[in-house]
Design a protein. Structure first.
Length: 239
């Protein structure tokens, strides 16, 4: 059986194709520069909270379920997050300008899928060293997506999911959140707008992936100075 690849399915369209080179983004003002996104070592998880998982459902959020659609063996149906994380994401969506929406590629994933993706990623040449967290079974060092506090997402306009300078799961340095900071244009503005929209609700970005945001995780704790709150978990009926 053929193993899925990281470039499928590709639901997104390049920003420049949709709006044109040098175009402004409808309804979006010019955005501030990104801050320094270099990441410190992840913080310790000492006192995890027992917060329920919920299925993500919001009129301005579309769940793409990339890994399930691609056919990864351990991908699950549905898009799951911690309840407080889903609430914050809903508020991000509510504040978007007219005609804009969020597109979620992936959220909670079981440890088995994390291991499957990790093995596949590092079997390929050219994968960035920090592209994906290993599938740690230690409850004190869970991968972000296993906690329900990490979400992979992008922005879309009038029903079109957009790729700002590269697609979801791009394994190259071009995926770094600040990779376009010296390249003026709509792709840079979209990355900036996504970053600041998510930051307004307390999320932090993984600096190697423009699409990967976290709240309550060990990485989030390291960047904010707050204690990590989410350990490994599973939605109702899983695990």
């Amino acid at each position: 059986m053929r193993r899925p690849t990281f470039d499928e399915p590709n639901f997104t369209e390049p920003v420049e194709v949709v709006f044109g080179e040098g175009a402004t983004l409808p309804g979006i003002e010019p955005q501030p520069d990104l801050p320094d996104l270099s990441a410190p070592v992840t913080a310790e998880l000492t006192d995890p909270v027992d917060e329920p998982m919920v299925g993500l459902c919001h009129p301005r959020i579309r769940n793409l379920e990339n890994y399930r659609v691609a056919g990864w063996t351990h991908a699950v149906e549905g898009t799951w997050l911690r309840a407080s994380v889903a609430d914050r994401l809903g508020r991000v969506a509510d504040r978007l300008p007219a005609d804009w929406e969020l597109y979620v590629f992936d959220a909670w994933r079981p440890l088995e899928l994390q291991a499957e993706l990790f093995e596949a990623a590092y079997a390929l040449p050219g994968t960035e060293p920090d592209f994906m967290a290993p599938a740690s079974v230690d409850p004190a060092t869970p991968p972000p997506h296993v906690t329900g506090g990490a979400v992979d997402l992008g922005l879309g306009w009038r029903g079109i999911p957009l790729a700002p300078g590269g697609p979801f799961d791009d394994r190259t340095a071009n995926a770094h959140t600040d990779a376009l900071e010296q390249q003026p244009g709509p792709a840079r503005e979209l990355r900036r707008f996504l970053y600041w929209s998510m930051r307004a609700e307390g999320f932090v970005v993984f600096h190697h992936e423009w699409w990967h945001f976290e709240y309550g995780t060990r990485g989030w704790a390291a960047l904010t100075g707050c204690p990590a709150v989410f350990g490994p978990t599973a939605p109702p009926g899983f695990g």
